[in-house]
Design a protein around this ligand. Structure first.
Ligand code: SF4
Length: 316
């Protein structure tokens, strides 16, 4: 069983951690509950951090002529500066993290699709694509990390990408010698090829040219390109190409019925109805049966803990 390092993820506190929403409620999420044993979650509530109580009157983004403001419209209180200061001080003191899961649609935590109004009457939003104050600063400072809201993570493809990224980054950050980096690069060969063959080639070069170079320089250079690998989610076609290629290597150990089941799963994956987990599991079982376990340690088949692979259909 592969040993996974727990990624550190900042999460909006009202998601499964505390009833700190403006109305005293908590957001329940079966997915976050499932993640808790595998992630070091660090909950934060920016609105509580600026001194607002629970419950509280709601706050909104109001587009002033010059700048975006955070206003408690029922009292007229302008909380913009407090929120900017608290966000800065929180993020300035933040240690190493792999990602963020933030509350959707919040004027504080939201990363996208937040409503903003032209005035305190809030009749019609001027935009529905603003970012909350905390969410916007997170995206500004950490463009290469995993940043999603809880609603986006209900999409299987986004969820798979997010988990793959944060668990891979977490493993990378544990590396403290060149031998481990070589092994890491080797174990991720298929995964990186599926994500971005060009960047994967650069990572190979960095490793092969590492002799007599400073480990810190090599790791920094490697990390920069690792971030580039994960800019976009994998294309289903690249994943299918790789999984078919490996499957063909084991075809003599597979019955026609098994092949049929495998191809059905691949088709359902192409149609966005399931993740790749079912096909990965089948393929792994054939590898073990064949006695050829060359590929079993490839992260492509184990990008994150196996318990999290059975959550294709979790709906919150
Ligand atoms: S969305 Fe953010 S600011 Fe609002 S209650 Fe949740 S954690 Fe607090």
């Amino acid at each position: 069983m592969k040993d996974f390092t727990k990624p550190c993820i900042i999460i909006s506190k009202c998601i499964e951690f505390s009833p700190c929403r403006y109305n005293g409620e908590i957001i329940r999420s079966a997915f976050i509950k499932k993640l808790k044993p595998y992630i070091n979650f660090i909950p934060v509530c920016p609105e509580c951090a600026i001194g607002l109580g629970v419950p509280r009157k709601p706050i909104y983004i109001i587009m002033d002529t010059n700048r975006k403001r955070l206003i408690q419209t029922s009292t007229g209180n302008d909380l913009t500066d407090e929120m900017i200061n608290v966000t800065d001080s929180y993020l300035n003191s933040l240690g190493d993290v792999e990602g963020f899961i933030l509350k959707s649609n919040s004027p504080s935590c939201g990363v996208k699709n937040v409503k903003a109004y032209s005035n305190c009457k809030k009749i019609e939003p001027v935009t529905t694509t603003a970012s909350g104050f905390f969410g916007a600063e997170v995206m500004n400072r950490y463009p290469s990390l995993g940043i999603e809201d809880e609603k986006s993570l209900m999409d299987m493809r986004i969820r798979e990408h997010f988990l793959t990224k944060v668990f891979t980054l977490s493993r990378f950050k544990r590396i403290d010698n060149i031998e481990d980096l070589i092994q890491f690069n080797k174990d991720n060969k298929l995964l990186f090829t599926a994500y971005n063959p060009g960047e994967k080639h650069i990572l190979d070069e960095i490793v092969s040219e590492s002799k007599n170079k400073s480990l810190t320089d090599i790791l920094n250079k490697y990390l920069n390109h690792l971030y580039k690998i994960f800019i976009h989610p994998q294309e289903p076609d690249s994943n299918v190409d790789i999984i078919m290629d490996v499957m063909n290597k084991f075809s003599s150990f597979i019955s026609n019925q098994e092949k049929l089941l495998f191809m059905e799963n691949i088709q359902r994956y192409r149609e966005g109805r399931i993740t790749l987990s079912a096909s990965r599991t089948l393929l792994k079982s054939w590898m073990i049966r064949s006695g050829n376990t060359t590929y079993v340690s490839q992260s492509f088949f184990n990008p994150y803990p196996v318990d999290l692979m059975g959550i294709d259909h979790i709906m919150d």
